[in-house]
Design a protein around this ligand. Structure first.
Ligand code: C5P
Length: 401
């Protein structure tokens, strides 16, 4: 874990029984070369003594906004941090952070930092499933905070269920990723590349007013286009929906799979193509010229396959790095592995769209990146950060060619 060497990490520990597990996370961060400052809430101190953290970390544990030599410890800690890991994060701390309340040193530090923040919730199942906690976490994820979801397992009081703190390995992997993504301006590592992105769901007409469509919002594709432009690429976006976009991006609006295909082919060759659009696999074979009248009878619409644009690009030789998406609801990774092989893509972005806060319409996503070299998990975060992870992988694959 070279990612942590010499980096300043605030380990923010709130008061749940899982606080004892933060000791292990602290030790691993220190072993990985991080400079760790523990910050404990008063309740955390009831579970694990400050001496334990002080002995293992790089600095003594901090507890209060006031009983320190430093008159503004939260500002000093927040400004100096390269990363803040909240482990465990109780429902109260999650709520305070989402609401912008700074009642203690830990929550004040969270508001006083521009460093990436990783939140690791741990609580009883009832609390974890409460809509207030869910909404607060969604809000934090939309703001770019990484949320490391808890696991199922034994909880305090002999109960079993969802809400047990994630394993230390998962927490460290997410922390390394957040540290690498950073809050800084993006690196301009795509200058000179033509990047073609597709976004949104296609609409295949049944008649002049009705269509066969899907739930795609286009937000993930737009995030990829915005991120690629920020990194210096010359970006074309073929989309079915309109959203805010920098002026430098060339936008083409389309509706059907056939129109999307034509617009994409028209813009080739390109060094990188990211097919984030949810392109219909089937369309009505003979759309009616006039609006179909209500008759009270059952109706059949015959569907025919649409052109598989991704597979066509995979065969075509006009794209150097081809990225496909796989929105799945079952056998998620197996289906995506098959897509990687059969479509000739270099990278497949997989999401399990049956999971909450993932995929269609929301501002957050959680994906796995699959390529010939292996898998990279991107935990629940904003669609912009998912776009960063996708383009990081694209740049790495191109460098390794
Ligand atoms: O085969 P499936 O539709 O599940 O594959 C999804 C991927 O293929 C997405 O990247 C999507 O943009 C692309 N696709 C396509 N042409 C189609 C259907 C999907 O390029 N007709």
């Amino acid at each position: 874990m070279r990612a942590f060497a010499g980096r300043r990490v605030v380990l923010a520990v709130s008061g749940g029984i899982a606080a004892y597990k933060a000791v292990e996370v602290c030790r691993r961060l220190v072993d990985a070369g991080a400079h760790v400052t523990p910050v404990l809430t008063p309740a955390a101190k009831r579970f694990v003594g400050e001496a334990t953290f002080s002995a293992l970390a790089s600095e003594r544990a901090r507890l209060s906004l006031f009983d320190d030599d430093d008159p503004i410890p939260h500002v000093t800690l927040g400004q100096q941090a390269d990363l803040v890991v909240v482990c465990p994060a109780t429902a109260r701390v999650i709520g305070a952070y989402a609401a912008g309340l700074a009642g203690d040193l830990l929550s004040a530090t969270l508001l006083a930092t521009r460093a990436p923040v990783v939140v690791c919730p741990a609580m009883h199942t009832e609390m974890w499933e409460h809509p207030a906690v869910r909404d607060n976490l969604r809000l934090l994820a939309e703001r770019g905070v990484t949320v490391v979801a808890p696991e199922e397992g034994r909880l305090a009081g002999g109960d079993t269920g969802a809400g047990r703190l994630a394993a230390p390995e998962s927490i460290l992997a997410a922390a390394a990723e957040a540290l690498a993504a950073g809050p800084q301006a993006p690196v301009r590592d795509m200058v000179g590349l033509r990047v073609l992105v597709t976004a949104g769901g296609t609409r295949e007409p049944i008649d002049p007013v009705r269509f066969v469509g899907n739930r795609s919002s286009g937000k993930q594709g737009y995030a990829v286009a915005v991120e690629a432009a920020a990194r210096g690429a010359k970006v074309s976006l073929v989309a079915t929906v309109r959203r805010p976009l920098p002026d430098s991006v060339d936008l083409v609006l389309v509706e059907t799979a056939e129109e999307l295909r034509a617009a994409v082919v028209d813009r080739l060759p390109a060094e990188v193509v990211v097919m984030a659009a949810a392109v219909a696999d089937y369309r009505p074979a003979a759309p009616a010229a006039d609006k179909i009248k209500k008759s009270g009878e059952a109706r059949t619409v015959t569907l025919e396959p649409t052109p598989d644009i991704l597979a066509e690009l995979g065969r075509g030789g006009q794209v150097e790095t081809l990225v496909g998406f796989a929105a799945e609801t079952s056998d998620v990774l197996a289906n995506a592995e098959a897509k990687l092989r059969t479509k000739g893509a270099d990278l497949i972005v997989v999401n399990d769209v049956s999971a909450p806060s993932v995929g269609f319409d929301g501002d957050t996503n959680e994906v796995v990146l699959l390529d010939a070299a292996g898998r990279t998990a991107v935990p629940l975060t904003s669609k912009r950060q998912v776009a960063q992870a996708i383009l990081d992988r694209v740049v790495a694959l191109r460098a390794a060619r």
